[in-house]
Design a protein around this ligand. Structure first.
Ligand code: COA
Length: 163
């Protein structure tokens, strides 16, 4: 088990393996293709934040930093359905972007499926822009899957803080 006592404030801290039961539960309620345990285990080397309210994890966010090109990718992000619409995702994303700015990351990217309207609105409200559109074709007309690649240019920490 990895011990990580990093506490980022506001109930946000780095994940440990002990959080995985709850994280897996949130993940299975949030995605049609849930991650397995090992994926989360590998993500412990990345920025893996959980937000806890009254001793219960209500959301998590995983971002991976590519140091050589000052770029990061948000790879997994969800809030438990019972806790949505209360600003939990905003808190997690704001904290993540602040950590990335501290690490001098300049570009943040993610992909989001067109049907994930709440997520798209959330990212747009933080200034993410659509950088590319990817359509995965299907044999059944109307069953194509469309994804946006969204990108945010982060200011330098001394220029501007993410509020
Ligand atoms: C996307 C998700 C993380 C948002 O979590 P949340 O805690 O409910 O979001 P917040 O309460 O912080 O809301 C933040 C913003 O998201 C947008 N939003 C949230 N819920 C929304 C909804 N039902 N419809 C439209 N926009 C919505 C709004 O812009 C909102 O800001 P506002 O309240 O000022 O209008 C959550 O819905 C979720 O886990 N969805 C399933 C998994 C997923 O899509 N993950 C992202 C993959 S890229």
């Amino acid at each position: 088990m990895r011990v990580n006592t990093l506490d980022h404030g506001n109930g946000i801290r780095s994940a440990t393996e002990e959080d995985f039961d709850r994280v897996l539960d949130i993940d299975s309620h949030s995605f049609s293709a849930p991650w397995i345990y090992n994926f989360f285990q590998s993500a412990l080397k990345d920025i893996f934040l959980v937000l806890e309210k009254e001793k219960e994890i209500v959301g998590y966010l995983i971002a991976c930093v590519c140091h050589d090109i000052e770029k990061a990718v948000i790879i997994r992000f969800a809030v438990h359905p019972d806790h949505r619409g209360k600003g939990i995702a905003k808190e997690l994303l704001r904290r993540c972007l602040h950590i990335l700015m501290e690490r001098k990351v300049r570009i943040v990217e993610l992909d989001v499926e067109l049907v994930q309207r709440a997520a798209i609105r959330l990212y747009e409200s933080f200034g993410f822009k659509i950088a590319n559109i990817i359509v995965f074709p299907s044999n059944t007309p109307g069953d194509e899957e469309t994804f946006y690649i969204m990108r945010l240019e982060l200011p330098k920490l001394e220029d501007k803080a993410v509020s």
